[in-house]
Every structure is written in C-alpha cells, then in structure tokens.
Design a binder for this molecule. Structure first.
Ligand SMILES: Cc1cc2nc3c(=O)[nH]c(=O)nc-3n(C[C@H](O)[C@H](O)[C@H](O)COP(=O)(O)O)c2cc1C
Length: 409
C-alpha cells in the first residue's frame, strides 16, 4: 500500500473507531481535541495555559514547523535504536515526562502518568504542586525525578528533599523560570481554594455537561484534590494549592550561591529547568548541575520569551560537552523530538502532550502518546537514514536563516 493510501486508510479507520467509542487516538492533536471535549472548561483552561497573550505558547509549537527534513530513499536502516539515558537513568526512548500540577484531570492523576511512563520504559517527573504523594508515585515508577521550587525556609527545603530521597526518587529538577506573570488575555479559570460539597454544587452544571469526566471521579469515589501533599512539612496537613503558591511567592528569589547550596544539600543528580540563555547555562555548569532543561515553562512564564527550540542549538554547542541538555516545550510529534536531538539535546520532556493523553483515556492515553512519539521518531530515523538517535546531527534538519538565537552569549 502506498504511503498516501495508507494514511487515508488510517484516517478512515481512526474516524470509524472513534465513532465506535474506541479510545485509541492517532495523533496528539486528536488527543487534544478529545481532552477539550471531555474536560470541564475550568479544568481544560487550567491545562492549556499560556501566559498573557500566549505568544510564547504559540511560538513553542510553530517554531518546530519552520524546521524541515531532507530524507533519503536508499541505504536506510532496518534496525533503529532510541534508547539513551537521562541523569544516569536508562530510558527506552528520548522522551521523559515534564512535571505538571494536574489535580483535576482524572482521579489517578500523577500515579497514572507515572505508571504509563514506567510501562514505556521512561522517567516520570513529579511536580512539587502535585496532588499525589511522592511515595505513591515512586511506587508506580521507581525512575521518578522530584521537581523543586525555591520556596520556604532552607530548613523546609531540606525537609522536602529528605522526604523525596527517603521515598527513593532518582533525581531532582529545580524549576526557576517563574516570574508570577500569570495574567491571561483569554481569562484564567477560577480555581477553588478546596473542593468540598459547596464547591461541587457550584460547579455541578459545568461538570454535568462533561459526564465522562464526572463518571471517572464518581467511580473512584473521589473529589478532585487541590492540595499539595509534597509541600507539607512533618506533622502538617497538606497545604492547599494557594497556600503553597503563596509561600513560594513570598520567598525571596535565589542567587547562584543559593542554588549551589541547594545542589550540595541534594547530593545527587539535579537538573535546572527553565534555561533559555547561554550565560545561565554556563552558571548551571559552575554550580554543579547534572543537566539543564532548555525551557520557557511551556509558554506559561514571561510571554514573548522565544520558543525553547530557537535557543537550544547555541546552548547545546556552548555547554553540551559539560552537562546534559534536554529540550522542553512544544513537543507534539516524534519529528519534533528528532529536530531537538539533531540540535544537540539528549532527550526531550513532554507536558501537555501527556496531559491530553491522560484526559482522553487515562493511563492508556498517556501510553498511547508515548507509542505515537516512539513510532514517529522511528519513521523520521528511517527516512533520514539513521540507525540510532545518536547519529542525528544538525545536517539532518533544514534550518531557515535567523532561526536560532544565541541569547546571553
Ligand atoms: C498544566 C501545567 C502545569 C504545569 N505545572 C508545572 C509545575 O508544577 N512545575 C514545573 O516545573 N513546570 C510545570 N509546568 C511546565 C511543564 O513542566 C513544561 O515545562 C511545559 O508543559 C512544557 O511545554 P509543553 O506543554 O508544550 O510540552 C506546567 C505546565 C502545564 C501545562
């Protein structure tokens, strides 16, 4: 069957399966459409995000579309390898989960995402503001990284790190790209302080219009949990999302010396997430980070920051020999992953792609997303004539003039 008729066939099949209620989806874009349909608007709005005008969010995705490929037709490889490692953890593919606070999407929340990542042989990252405990998530996936904020006193940070270490996490991610600029032109969803009977009543009409989402919570006999159990200190109740956010907001931002202190207290592999400039990447090397994530918080931080893929190549060139570099932001297809690897990333992180899968079909939906990415990476490797992701180079990508940005050089 030729490629064109194969894709027409797959499209027709996917439409038929979808009409028959089959939960499998063919692309991340389809998972996104289903997430929008299944989730109440307040939950969907919280996930889709994008600060201010949403320009960075849009650029994260659009920038990948500006990059091309020039595929071969012969001497292609029958066996193609995707395995690699991130901060010392073997992964079966160059894609790991980005930390996201996802309280209201489905009752299993982060545990479902962690299991899906484990089943697909990759790493889970757990947000500080997650609704499931680090102990539960490490049980679901022993390859879990805990995400930290610079929040609270030094003693509180040590307590939280000790708890994560005792739970058995395999690394830490320090997220620093946040400037509390969360106004959105299209409106922010109203997030309740906590979900109790009164809030459920207030949101009942919205929830009733999304029966599938509601049924999942009814079946699990649970309400969406808006607390942050991993921010609790010993003997404390779990703070609400807003209490945790308030503590973070009130904490003076860290200096590079503070960050070096945190790295030495952690005493294990740590990734600095949110790097977009070469000078900051070099400082991350100096303070002893094991990895950096070239990221703009998925367009949720300072709007008008360029797409992370535009900054990746020059950063990887400057520090890639000294530190692991991963790309985060805008990954929706396997070909996006391949472009990032060709620019020097060791792997990528996915945020929304996994969340759309989770909303569309729970744990199986996240596995569906990993399977799509794996198969799309494989197609790109085949077309580009590569036996392994390690063989990818910049020569494999068609890069338009002025695409790459050397920020802070
Ligand atoms: C709903 C949502 C919640 C997020 N929560 C966190 C968080 O708690 N900690 C963090 O470091 N990043 C958080 N992020 C940012 C993601 O880790 C990641 O940087 C971003 O989603 C990557 O972009 P992508 O969604 O285009 O893949 C969040 C992103 C989204 C969409």
């Amino acid at each position: 069957m030729c490629l064109h008729s194969r894709s027409v066939y797959r499209l027709a099949l996917s439409e038929r399966l979808s009409r028959m209620g089959n939960p499998w989806f063919e692309t991340v874009a389809e998972a996104h459409r289903r997430a929008k349909k299944y989730l109440p608007p307040s939950v969907y709005g919280a996930i889709v995000g994008g600060a201010q005008e949403g320009l960075t969010l849009a650029d994260n995705k659009a920038a990948f579309g500006e990059l091309g490929f020039a595929p071969h037709v012969a001497n292609l490889h029958t066996d193609r390898s995707q395995s690699t490692s991130v901060m010392g953890h073997r992964v079966s593919m160059p894609v790991i989960v980005s930390p996201t606070g996802i309280q209201g999407v489905c009752p299993e929340g982060e545990v479902a995402v962690a299991r899906a990542a484990a089943n697909r042989g990759t790493v889970m990252s757990l947000s500080s503001f997650a609704s499931r405990t680090v102990e539960d998530v490490v049980e679901a996936n022993p390859q879990t990284f805990i995400q930290l904020y610079w929040s609270g006193s030094r003693e509180a940070m040590i307590e939280r790190m000790d708890r994560a270490k005792a739970a058995g996490v395999g690394g830490a991610i320090l997220t620093l790209d946040w400037s509390f600029s969360d106004g959105r032109d299209w409106g922010s969803p109203a997030i309740p302080e906590k979900v109790d009977f009164k809030t459920m009543l207030a949101h009942a009409p919205d929830a009733a219009r999304h029966p599938r989402w509601l049924m999942e919570f009814l079946k699990a006999k649970k309400l969406p949990d808006l607390t942050t159990p991993n921010m609790a200190l010993p003997g404390q109740e779990s703070p609400t999302f807003f209490e945790a956010y308030w503590e973070w907001m009130q904490t003076p931002p860290p200096s590079w010396e503070d960050i070096a202190w945190l790295v030495s207290e952690w005493d294990g592999p740590m990734m600095l997430k949110g790097i977009i400039r070469i000078d900051d990447a070099k400082r991350a090397v100096d303070v002893g980070m094991a990895a950096i994530s070239v990221s703009n918080h998925g367009g949720n931080n300072l709007d008008c920051t360029p797409a992370s893929i535009r900054a990746l190549g020059p950063i990887a060139e400057a520090v890639g020999q000294e530190i692991e570099v991963v790309l985060d932001g805008g990954i929706r297809r396997g070909s996006d992953v391949v472009k990032a690897l060709a620019f020097g990333a060791r792997g990528v992180m996915i945020g929304r792609a996994g969340l759309w899968g989770l909303a569309a079909n729970g744990q199986a939906g996240v596995e569906n997303v990993f399977d799509l990415l794996r198969s799309e990476i494989d197609s790109a490797l085949l077309g580009l004539g590569k036996a392994s992701i390690g063989d990818l180079t910049r020569e494999d990508v068609v890069i338009p003039p002025n695409f790459e940005l050397s920020l802070g050089a």
